[in-house]
Design a protein around this ligand. Structure first.
Ligand code: TXA
Ligand code: MG
Length: 342
């Protein structure tokens, strides 16, 4: 998907004026604003309906001066950058004093990421001549499924797009479907001395890949770890209730649900032949293929207005960690939902 240079220029000028531009990245679409303009960041929170104490990721152009954004760059950060940037990895670092606290939800850190998507990179190079940072959470309403296409963004924010009102999205750049399909891995490097590197959110870059570069396994977040909205229990959820069941339980559960007169939309990956469902969507049986199709699939299944989206749990081994993390949140109340429907 080619975006004309004139559209990139228009988008960069809008951002420089403090407006909101949604843009593609290789993970999911972001809702961008000037990371150094607190009023622009406030617009992100208003548009998303998100609490303003949630930090947002600052996206940087390839080769940007990280020392401008972070007050310290530990060697662990440089090693991860050399290995994974540009790409789906966000680093949490101590925030430089002159960077507005608004971008970090008031915390003394800053999350930074250099995306690999060519449209994101073109925008970052054009915005403030490549010297700025674009603050961007995923371009969805708070708690909802992240968008992996420009159409998903329009579906989320359609009514206000281009109206110029305060909380409206001013422009959407269409860069095709996001390749990775789930949000970046996030590694916190702000408490190295006491906690070592901590994986706040799993993503395409796996724990094993991070460990190979860091020389240690990244830890899991404890109660004192920085807040990450993606780590809330109920997140990434469609409007239709979602329940996840093991492969062996899939057909028996389905029979029970159909017997109870429920309208079921099914997401599965194994070779089954489900009868009687409203709609069945089969996803690839690989972690990368499943992740790529997951959010678009949840939106598609949401649209059939079933009583339930039933998801076949993927395998539980390490390569599936990020997919499981997202599915667990989408299906956070599987037991309660099934009890209610049966
Ligand atoms: O792949 C991605 O990361 C996408 C694309 C657009 O880059 N962005 C994304 O943003 O997923 P968002 O806001 O939906 O999730 C960002 C996560 C949140 O969980 C937030 O709490 C965490 O990053 N985060 C950002 N800055 C942080 C900071 N300074 N300290 C702790 N967590 C931070
Ligand atoms: Mg998000």
């Amino acid at each position: 998907m080619i975006v004309p240079p004139a559209d990139i220029a228009t988008a960069a000028r809008l951002l420089e004026q403090g407006r909101l531009v949604a843009f593609p990245t290789e993970t999911v679409y972001g809702l961008g604003a000037d990371a150094e303009n607190p009023a622009a960041i406030a617009r992100i929170y208003a548009a998303k309906g998100r609490p303003s104490n949630h930090p947002v990721i600052v996206h940087l152009a390839p080769g940007a001066d990280l020392g401008y954004w972070a007050s310290a760059i530990p060697f662990e950060a440089q090693a991860l950058i050399d290995a994974f940037w540009p790409g789906p990895l966000t680093l949490i670092l101590p925030r430089a004093a002159h960077i507005p606290a608004a971008v970090a939800g008031g915390q003394d850190s800053v999350g930074v990421r250099c995306p690999s998507h060519p449209v994101a990179q073109a925008l970052l190079r054009e915005f403030k001549s490549g010297k700025g940072g674009i603050a961007a959470p995923s371009a969805n309403k708070f708690g909802h499924v992240s968008p992996t296409t420009a159409q998903h963004v329009r579906d989320e924010f359609g009514v206000g797009i281009g109206t110029g009102t305060d909380s409206a999205v001013d422009m959407v750049l269409d860069g095709g479907q996001s390749d990775v399909g789930i949000e970046s891995s996030i590694v916190d490097l702000t408490r190295l001395a006491t906690h070592g590197p901590v994986l706040l959110r799993p993503g395409r870059v796996t724990v094993a890949e991070l460990a190979a570069v860091l020389g240690v396994m990244p830890g899991a977040p404890d109660a004192a770890a920085p807040r990450a909205s993606g780590t809330l229990q109920a997140h990434y959820a469609p409007l239709t209730p979602v329940a996840m069941v093991a492969s062996a339980e899939l057909l028996p559960r389905l029979q029970q649900l159909l017997h109870a007169g429920r309208r079921v939309a099914l997401m599965h990956w194994s070779d089954t032949d489900p009868q009687g469902v409203l709609f069945a969507l089969r996803l690839p049986a690989s972690p990368a293929g499943f992740a790529h199709a997951l959010y678009a699939g949840l939106r598609e299944l949401d649209a059939v207005a079933a009583d339930l989206i039933l998801v076949e749990s993927p395998p539980k081994n390490a390569p599936w960690q990020a997919v499981h993390d997202r599915l667990r949140r989408a299906a956070h109340d599987s037991v309660g939902i099934l009890e209610h429907l049966l």
